[in-house]
Design a protein around this ligand. Structure first.
Ligand SMILES: Cc1cc2nc3c(=O)[nH]c(=O)nc-3n(C[C@H](O)[C@H](O)[C@H](O)COP(=O)(O)O)c2cc1C
Length: 217
């Protein structure tokens, strides 16, 4: 597989063929790829809502109104839509859950190693919360790493995709009771197969020139 070719040909799909469905096994593999996304101190500050049938997609599309209405058909006609959420705060319960998972996964040779991991995580959380002062931004950055991983994976799997940041956060939060769950909605990802009418499929890619974005020291 030529990764560069994949990235030259993947693109943001603007219109989907509503009749085409990603095979279940292939979609489940994408979810596993999502689960494996890396994050700072393995904090995994996310939760994902998967919509794979009309009613679920309609619930998400409630937030695609007004200036975001242009995004609604993408969700409704997609095969699957995933809402990427980020934890509004990193609490002690989440840190304990991570530590126990690390333990179960066999990452500690003894109690001292476990305590070391606990102290390291706590230290970084204190740093992001108190010194850098914006733990929410740091947490959400991790969720976007997961998005990037999925865009690449979809490209490799020849599944069309659209990252969607244009949605009404308040409506989506209310619809899925995200505040009660301690979550904020970060980004949507629609997956499926392009429609023959997708104007964007035929447009050339546009990126800033290498000289503008790379400085070789
Ligand atoms: C975080 C993020 C949010 C985006 N939000 C939207 C959106 O709401 N609607 C849309 O049509 N495209 C959206 N895009 C797609 C970008 O416009 C697109 O990735 C960019 O123009 C580069 O084009 P390409 O993906 O076709 O290479 C978003 C992309 C990212 C990464």
């Amino acid at each position: 597989m030529d990764l560069l070719k994949v990235l030259q040909s993947r693109y943001t799909t603007k219109a989907y063929d509503a009749n085409k469905k990603i095979p279940t096994e292939q979609f489940n593999q994408l979810l596993e790829i999502l689960r494996l996304a890396p994050s700072s101190i393995n904090i995994q500050p996310w939760h994902f809502f998967v919509a794979d049938h009309a009613d679920a997609k309609a619930r998400i599309a409630k937030a695609l109104v007004g200036k975001y209405a242009y995004n609604a058909p993408k969700v409704l006609d997609s095969s699957h839509t995933i809402l990427f959420c980020t934890k509004a705060d990193i609490d002690a319960e989440h840190l304990e859950q991570l530590l126990q998972q690390d333990d179960q996964s066999g990452r500690f040779k003894d109690e001292q190693a476990k305590q070391g991991q606990k102290d390291t995580r706590t230290g970084y959380i204190d740093y992001y919360r108190n010194e850098k002062g914006d733990i929410g931004r740091w947490a959400e950055n991790q969720t976007f790493i997961a998005l990037g991983q999925m865009l690449l994976a979809a490209g490799i799997e020849q599944i069309d995709a659209t990252p969607i940041g244009g949605f009404d956060e308040e409506i989506l939060s209310q619809e899925l009771e995200l505040k009660q769950l301690g979550l904020i909605p970060s980004v949507l990802l629609t997956l499926g197969y392009r429609s023959d009418n997708d104007f964007n499929a035929k447009l050339p890619k546009s990126r800033l020139a290498a000289e503008q974005i790379f400085t070789h020291l």
